[in-house]
Ligand binder design. Structure first.
Ligand code: 5GP
Length: 189
C-alpha cells in the first residue's frame, strides 16, 4: 500500500536486531487517518470472505483491528497478555515475543471465540509468526476458524510469512520489508 510504504520510508527507524520502529504513526503516536485507510485496504483485500469476528492481540493490534471490525460491522476481540482475576473460562497459548525475547501467554475468555466462528486476525507486524501461531492455537482449542490474517507490516526476511502461507492461510500484508540490513529500510514494490 503506497501511502504506508511512503510513511515507513519517511518516519520508520531501524533498531539493532532487525527491528523497525514505527512509533511515530503506528506503535505509540498513531495516525488515525492512515490507520483508517489501512483498515479500508484490509477490508478490500478480504472482499468475498465471510467474516464473523476480528481477532487481535493487545496492545498494538487493537487500533487497526477495531477499525477493520467497525468497517465490517462485526465484533473485535483481543488476546490479553495478563489474566484478569475476573475472567472465567480462560483459554491460553504460549507465544515467544520477538521484540522482548521472552515468552508470554495470550489468554481469551472462550465465550468470545466460539466453535464455527469465522475470524480474521489483524496485527501490526508479522515477523516470525509466533503471535499468529498463538492465535491459531486458540482457534483450534475452541473450534473457531481463522479465515485470514492481515498485517500492516510484514518483515519478509523473517520466517513468519512462509510458515503461515505454507499452512494455506490467506495472508495479506500492506507493506513487506525486504531488508533492514545496514539500517537501511528496503521495501518490496
Ligand atoms: P512475531 O510473533 O510474528 O514473531 O512478531 C510479531 C509481533 O512482534 C508483533 O505483534 C509486533 O508487536 C512485534 N514485532 C515484531 N517485529 C517487530 C518490529 O520490527 N517492530 C515492531 N515495532 N514490532 C515488532
Amino acid at each position: 500500500m503506497k501511502q504506508l510504504k511512503k510513511r515507513i520510508l519517511k518516519d520508520g527507524k531501524c533498531l539493532e536486531g532487525g527491528i523497525l520502529k514505527v512509533d511515530n504513526f503506528i506503535n505509540h503516536q498513531m495516525d488515525a487517518g492512515l490507520m483508517m485507510e489501512m483498515a479500508q485496504e484490509i477490508v478490500a483485500r478480504f472482499k468475498g470472505t465471510a467474516i464473523d469476528k476480528v481477532i487481535t492481540i493487545e496492545a498494538s493490534g487493537i487500533a487497526p483491528a477495531i477499525m477493520v471490525a467497525y468497517l465490517l460491522d462485526v465484533p473485535v476481540v483481543f488476546g490479553k497478555k495478563k489474566v484478569p482475576s475476573t475472567m472465567d473460562g480462560i483459554i491460553r497459548s504460549e507465544v515467544f515475543s520477538f521484540t522482548k525475547s521472552r515468552s508470554y501467554n495470550i489468554c481469551l475468555c472462550k465465550d468470545y471465540l466460539k466453535k464455527g466462528e469465522r475470524c480474521l486476525f489483524v496485527d501490526d507486524f508479522l515477523a516470525n509468526g509466533n503471535a499468529a501461531l498463538g492465535v491459531l492455537d486458540l482457534a483450534v482449542q475452541t473450534g473457531a476458524e481463522i479465515v485470514g490474517m492481515a498485517f500492516l507490516i510484514e518483515k519478509g526476511f523473517q520466517a513468519g510469512g512462509k510458515i503461515l502461507r505454507e499452512k494455506g492461510i490467506h495472508i495479506e500484508s500492506l507493506a513487506i520489508i525486504e531488508s533492514l540490513d545496514n539500517c537501511e529500510i528496503k521495501i518490496k514494490d
